[in-house]
Design a protein around this ligand. Sequence first.
Ligand code: NAD
Length: 511
Amino acid sequence: MLLAGTMKKGRGAVELVKHWINGAEKTSKSGRQGEVFNPALGTVSKQVDFADIETIDSAIANSKSAFSPWSQTSLTKRVQILFAFRHLLNSKKEELAAIITSEHGKVLSDALGEVTRGLEVVEFACGIPHLLKGGYSEGVSQGVDVYSIRQPLGVCAIISPFNFPAMVPMWMFPLAIACGNTFILKPSEKDPSCPLRLAELLKEAGLPDGVFNVVNGDKESVDALLSNPNVSAISFVGSTPIAKYIYENAAKFEKRVQALGGAKNHCVVMPDADLDQAVAGLMGAAYGSAGERCMAQSVAVAVGNIGDELVSKLTKEVNNLRVGPGLDKGVDMGPLVTAQHLEKVTSYIDLGVKEGAKLIVDGRKIKKPQGYEKGFYLGGCLFDHVKENMRIYKEEIFGPVLSVVRAKNFNEAVDLINKHEFGNGVSIFTRDGDSARTFSSHIKVGMVGINIPIPVPMAFHSFGGWKRSLFGDQHVHGMEGVRFYTKLKTITSRWPSGIKATSNFTMPTMN
Ligand code: NAD
């Protein structure tokens, strides 16, 4: 089970979530901790130790010394370890999901889905011998051959968000490790337990100590990772202002960087759409995980005269949402992650009303489940007649709040989306192939769904948004992931066999 020490807090004793360095738990001397909540109950369940600079430096030094032997470990051996990890993950899925639900709040089936999506990246990484095959050109000149290989970068790190404590780190580390890098994970301080359990499983799978380290903490830890010259690459997933900060600073310290930010995902419902299919899709995409997903659909764009019928169907469904503790069966939506986040989302609902949008379903009025009165619950909220200039349209709310915007026609819907600062995911519901094709070709968004509400690409394709939803060049996993975690080397070789040696002072050509 979870590795955690115990510390006294008030009259009770709570576990202390530590760090994982060189294959074992470590505590820092920082004296700083954060509170981890059980959002269903609204109580503090654990404390998490915040690393000081010495702890971060020791994790980096450890990762650095593990790099040389690991990068020289055969591909076959690396794959055997990944297969063993995949097997362990699969057999511990339920346990991992329960840990996620207890700290994040999402319903258990959703947490299981998260682990499965991470597992798919591990499966993709098991194919690394094939993915790392380079190119070879024989005889480009007399006796001259050229070949390209991809080599690992060194110590790579991820700073990850609270909303996918297992899946988002698994977007990165299976491939990073498979490519021969060593890896440091800095999880969100809000739900740090699952990442530590993943570290235990990696060790059990046979991964050598030091190849995978976990450091917990806040900005101080992040800044120490950013400025240390022994870290070669940084991946970040989180909100846009921090993504921009990470992108700029990682570049300043000459690191490779990909920084994925926030989102405002639109779902266009055309007049010819199968409306029941669109409503069912929207419900899961807007309210699943209480809207705390970067691919959540927070804006429905009703095109033409479909608006009233769409809103009427949505209203019925939103009113029927079952909200409660994520571990309970039959619950659609769990609590939000913290009281602070609940307050932020609620303030956006207050703002929407002030801005003049029509609040059709008010989730603030929800009756909390018996025995869970202190939990961070919010019911599903539905706004209609939301306008482009409203802050509830422009900004990411990251809660169970769906805004309906009306657009006169297809072109107006496309223009609206293309003007938005974010470009993570988007969907269109239509029966018309022409509209669907024009939409996918003209829309300025990284991931597009056609009659698919949450178009998260499979592990062998790559995940990433456009505009201010991603700073950097490479998307994550798939071949973009392999490219991010390796650098290309091209070797031109000649084996002289009877070629006359001559000095040549002109630019070499292969003639
Ligand atoms: P966040 O930006 O608050 O935190 C993300 C990480 O950054 C955490 O590890 C946190 O400790 C660290 N951090 C926070 N403040 C920092 C600072 N000032 N300096 C340095 N590091 C700091 O995000 P969150 O609330 O954990 O997650 C929700 C956000 O993540 C949403 O905006 C969501 O859209 C986004 N997200 C995006 C994607 C994507 O693929 N684009 C995926 C998941 C989540």
